[in-house]
Design a protein around this ligand. Structure first.
Ligand code: AVJ
Length: 315
């Protein structure tokens, strides 16, 4: 059994208000549900960033400041299925840029799939997958002084509190050299009419994704959550710019979790906070990097200006 999972569930459900960490969405079933989410009509984020990678490729490459004849390393944190990146890789490959692509991911399963796919679609490309913790891998890559471009896409950073995100970017800076670049993909603050449906789709896929956490606790920790007595509830506050996901207990009830050896009580209407998805603007990005070695070089928007890829330069 996963002790860390157990301890984090215990701590989260003993907290007031109750919380559970969003990183546990991503087991095999959660990964598959997230792929479905990316294809939902309401979930604009992935399509918007793909629009940037398809239609602003030249701007991206210009922002990287690379030339076809000077080698660089292209490093992607949490590469996933690489849909966006493939557009960029294809162009760099066609124009004979000299680089290696290093996708880094915790999941060796998704790295293997990506490697297979790329060897078919872009056989000339040099791909070196790196399984493991981002910072361990970056520390090992830092030993050479080759110019580096790090991609952190998909508004994945939005799952962190601003405090954690600032620390994260600071650590990235510590693992790079002056002149290296970080391309940070983030969702932008906009009205709730656009944001909220992205986390509350009509088909109920996002609800399944969120509630999968309870299923995992049932399967892996011997829980007896009755999924019919809980419901998915997203919220979005435009002023704050943060979408939040909750699981709400629809009845007064008790849930036993054998591995933890506790019965947890829920009031009717009590919420478990499971995720934040932060939305950004220039001011918020400036705040994130104020105590880091990065500065904003440029930002590239999709055609709707819903999503931005910020090119940050390591000073
Ligand atoms: C993968 C973190 C970017 O917050 O929008 C999608 C995850 N959660 N639907 C996001 C997610 C609910 C997603 N990120």
């Amino acid at each position: 059994m996963n002790e860390i999972f157990k301890n984090e569930v215990d701590k989260g459900l003993e907290s007031n208000p109750k919380t559970l960490p969003s990183k546990y969405f991503y087991d095999k079933k959660g990964d598959a549900l997230f792929v479905e989410i990316m294809n939902l009509p309401e979930y604009y984020l992935t399509r918007c960033e793909l629009d940037i990678f398809q239609n602003k490729t030249q701007e991206l490459i210009a922002a990287f400041g690379v030339k076809p004849d000077s080698y660089f390393e292209l490093i992607e944190l949490g590469a996933g299925d690489g849909t966006e990146t493939k557009e960029l890789l294809q162009t760099l490959d066609n124009k004979n840029y000299s680089f290696d692509y290093f996708p880094i991911d915790i999941s060796s399963n998704s790295l293997n799939l990506l490697e297979k796919d790329l060897s078919k679609e872009l056989p000339n490309l040099s791909v070196q997958t790196k399984q493991g913790d981002y910072f361990e891998v970056l520390a090992s890559l830092k030993k050479n002084k080759k110019p580096k471009i790090v991609l952190f896409l998909g508004s994945t950073i939005g799952n962190m509190t601003d405090d954690l995100a600032a620390k994260f970017i600071h650590s990235l800076g510590a693992n790079l050299h002056a002149g290296d670049k970080l391309l940070l993909g983030v969702d932008l603050i906009k009205t709730k009419e656009i944001v909220l449906p992205a986390y509350n789709d009509k088909q109920g896929i996002t609800a399944k994704f969120n509630m999968n956490l309870l299923d995992r606790i049932n399967q892996e920790l011997g829980g007896n959550f009755d999924l019919n007595q809980f419901k998915h509830q997203p919220e979005y506050n435009e002023n704050e710019g943060i979408a939040k996901s909750f699981i709400v207990s629809t009845a007064h009830q008790h849930v036993e979790i054998k591995a933890i050896g506790k019965k947890i009580s829920f009031k009717e209407g009590e919420k478990i906070h499971t995720e934040i998805s932060r939305k950004y603007n220039d001011e918020l990005i400036e705040k994130l990097i104020v105590n880091t070695d990065f500065s904003i070089q440029t930002k590239i928007l999709d055609s709707n200006a819903y999503f931005a890829d910020y090119l940050l330069k390591r000073n």
